[in-house]
Design a binder for this molecule. Structure first.
Ligand SMILES: Nc1nc2c(ncn2[C@@H]2O[C@H](COP(=O)(O)OP(=O)(O)O)[C@@H](O)[C@H]2O)c(=O)[nH]1
Ligand SMILES: [Mg+2]
Length: 443
């Protein structure tokens, strides 16, 4: 392999802090480190050192840790400098390392090298980024499981089983006459069924992981004064949105993050929907409709003490243009003795019915809060798992309809290729570039 440039980056976030960590990785790390430190520390031992400028004067003093290849995060020679966390100081030290031959790292470049040197597979590298971006403790737990290799191990196990089956079937192709018996003998149908079952279990866990990682968007919609802003405040647990009895108070879209038992939800409060708005309000309604169209779920609020609104509720909710699911919620229950059939009845101001509404929302979003081994996953992984499942299903159909073994084997190959994309065995350079460039600098 062509030796890569030696890269450097500040690994801690921008701004002032107690310490700031600078990471240097590549073939020149040893010579650069020797120039800055006078002498490299012993491998993997945090050692107090002066960081020296070109004239030999001290820029800072801190810890230096030397990780000779291949026992480092990237698999290359890595030097970590723990300096004081001032932006000017850190930039100064980085400039010194660059003057000695390093270049500034691109986002995700350390992880990319770890991947190229087989320190991590692609799913694990993504889990590092997902751990850093985790929006809840449950999401962090799921990411650390994937980082530890739980997703990869399962993907490998499935891959191996698919390959075994494919080899067996391909071998049987050479004995064309005995085709059918061989397939029956090897328990091919049974093995395929169990593969499909294991895959669907992995899909379920990965779907939960993606929900945790990416969260969901829930829009509060309804007529003016239905209590949307009050419900937002009740769910957030703070007076974020302005609540008044003047219809049309909320005009722009308000966004708040809430944690629904571990599921990160972005809650959107919108302008009330009505037919004869003034101009600013009309703009607000336009924005509301745009958010409704994209939401994962819509809570359509209705003032239950307003008989006319209750009568029109089902029709109004059904008319919304959205790909998300819609739940009708009747608010201001404290003001009415009338209970519409089968509806969610709440009072945003008294809190009545809110626990049930939260539970309903969680279920409707497909989230099971029991933390039973959820692993973090991305849309990319789910797509690959879905394509694998499709190919396995087709293989099963062909097997059952007695189609030739070649066609069954062909589908198994497709299934295997799709799975391999997850861990990065078959991944294009473009996709790799896209994945790593979304990471932070210094990771
Ligand atoms: N009695 C009662 N009043 C409520 C309830 N929820 C909201 N309101 C009142 O209804 C009015 C409109 O509420 P707001 O949240 O601004 O409605 P929005 O226009 O849909 O955002 C305010 O005066 C609120 O205090 C409720 O559950 N019970
Ligand atoms: Mg409002």
């Amino acid at each position: 392999m062509v030796p890569l440039d030696t890269i450097v980056a500040i690994a801690t976030p921008p701004g002032r802090g107690g310490i700031g960590v600078i990471r240097l990785s590549g073939a020149m790390a040893a010579t650069i480190g020797t120039s800055v430190l006078g002498q490299l520390p012993l491998p993997r031992q945090a050692t107090r050192r002066k960081f020296l400028d070109a004239a030999g004067d001290t820029m800072d003093q801190g810890l230096a840790i030397w990780f000779p290849a291949p026992h480092s995060f990237t698999g290359e020679d890595v030097l970590e400098l723990h300096a004081h966390g001032g932006p000017v100081l850190l930039d100064w030290i980085v400039a010194r390392l660059v003057s000695l031959g390093a270049r500034l790292a691109r986002p995700g470049e350390f992880s990319e090298r770890a991947f190229l040197n087989e320190k991590l597979d692609l799913a694990q590298a993504e889990a590092v980024a997902d751990l850093i971006d985790a929006g809840s403790v449950a999401a962090a737990r799921a990411a650390i499981r994937s980082l530890a290799g739980e997703l990869s191990t399962r993907v490998h196990a499935l891959s191996d089983a698919i390959v075994d089956l494919r080899v067996y079937i391909e071998a049987s192709i050479d004995f064309a006459d005995e085709d059918i018996e061989l397939l029956a003998e090897g328990g091919v149908a049974l093995r395929l069924t169990s593969l499909i079952h294991d895959l669907s279990e992995l899909q379920t866990r990965a779907r939960q992981g993606r929900l945790l990682q990416e969260g969901c968007t829930v829009v509060l919609a309804g007529r003016p004064n239905a209590g949307k802003s009050s419900l937002l405040n009740a769910l957030v647990g703070a007076d974020t949105a302005i609540v008044t009895d003047i219809p049309g108070t909320t005009r722009d879209v308000l966004r708040e993050r809430i944690d629904l038992d571990g599921l990160p939800v972005l809650l959107l409060d919108t302008a009330g929907l009505r037919h004869d708005p003034e101009r600013i309000e009309a703009e607000g309604i336009k924005r509301a409709l745009a958010e409704i169209a994209q939401a994962d779920h819509i809570l359509y609020l209705v003032d239950v003490s307003d008989a006319e609104a209750v009568a029109a509720a089902h029709e109004e909710a059904a008319a919304l243009q959205t790909s998300g699911a819609i739940t009708l919620v009747f608010n201001k229950a404290d003001r009415s003795t009338h209970t519409p059939q089968g509806a969610h009845l709440i009072s945003a101001t008294s809190g009545l019915g809110l626990p049930a509404l939260r539970a309903h929302l969680k279920e409707a979003l497909g989230f099971q809060s029991s933390d039973s081994g959820v692993i973090s996953a991305r849309r990319r992984h789910l797509d690959a798992l879905a394509r694998t499942a499709e190919a396995l299903d087709t293989a099963q159909d062909r097997l059952l309809s007695g189609t030739s073994s070649e066609l069954v084997a062909e589908e198994l190959k497709l299934a295997h290729d799709a799975l391999s994309e997850i861990t990065g065995r078959f991944t294009s350079d473009d996709l790799l570039g896209e994945i790593f460039s979304s990471f932070c600098i210094g990771k």
